[in-house]
Design a protein around this ligand. Structure first.
Ligand code: ZN
Length: 197
C-alpha cells in the first residue's frame, strides 16, 4: 500500500541522509503540498525533538514540521505535516537501529535478554510495551511488505519460543525486503512512507 492510498492526514515524508535532506530543503518552494497540492506555499515550521539511546541526555531532532502557508496572501491551505528522519521511531526513546537489534534479540532469546544486551536505560515494563506495540503493528507491516516481495519460505533460525513464530516471520520478511542494509526498519519507513510502528 503506497502513500497514495492513505488519507492526507496520514501523509508522512521521510529522509535517510543529509544529502536527501538538503535536496528536499532546496526544492521545497517547487514541491506541491501533500494536502492541497498547491505549489509555492510550503515553509519550515519548527522541529520535533526527542530522546533516544543515541543521545540520552539531550534531545535530538526527530522530524521537521512543514507549514502550507495561508498567511500574508500565500495560497496555501494552512495545514502542517512532518518530515521524519528515517532512523527515528515516533513516541519511542530508541533509534530504528536499536529497535531492530532488540526485536531480533527478543525473537531469538526473549524480551528481557534482548533488553539487557542493548544497554539502554529502559525499564523491563518499557521493553514489554515496545514488544506489544510491535505485535500490534505486525499485520500492517506484513501487508506493506507483501507489496514489495513475498515472504521467505523458511526462517534462517527458528525462535526458541514457538509463540514468537509470527514475529520471527515478520522480521525475516523485513530482512528479505531490504537486504544488505544496516537497518531494515529505517529503510521500511523511507520506502513505504509510513511509520514502522
Ligand atoms: Zn496545502
Amino acid at each position: 500500500m503506497g502513500a497514495g492510498c492513505r488519507s492526507v492526514g496520514d501523509e508522512r515524508w521521510f529522509f535517510g541522509s543529509a544529502e536527501e535532506w538538503t535536496a528536499l530543503a532546496e526544492r521545497l518552494k517547487q514541491t506541491p503540498c501533500p494536502h492541497c497540492k498547491r505549489v509555492g506555499a510550503l515553509i519550515w515550521h519548527g522541529f520535533l525533538n526527542g530522546f533516544d539511546e543515541s543521545s540520552p541526555r539531550q534531545k535530538t531532532v526527530r522530524a521537521r514540521r512543514i507549514f502550507c502557508s495561508n498567511r500574508n496572501a500565500r495560497p496555501g491551505c494552512g495545514r502542517t505535516f512532518s518530515v521524519w528522519i528515517a532512523s527515528k521511531i515516533r513516541r519511542l526513546g530508541l533509534t530504528a537501529g536499536a529497535l531492530w537489534r532488540f526485536l531480533q534479540g527478543a525473537v531469538a532469546d526473549g524480551i528481557l535478554a534482548a533488553a539487557r544486551a542493548l544497554d539502554c536505560r529502559l525499564s523491563d515494563r518499557a521493553w514489554q510495551r515496545i514488544w506489544q506495540r510491535f505485535k500490534l503493528a505486525q499485520s500492517k507491516i506484513r501487508t506493506a511488505l507483501l507489496g514489495r516481495c513475498p515472504p521467505p519460505e523458511s526462517l534462517p533460525r527458528p525462535p526458541t519460543n514457538p509463540k514468537r513464530q509470527a514475529a520471527a516471520h515478520v522480521l525475516a520478511h523485513l530482512q528479505a525486503a531490504f537486504p544488505d542494509v544496516n537497518c531494515p526498519i529505517a529503510d521500511f519507513q523511507l520506502t513505504m512512507r509510513a511509520f514502522f510502528m
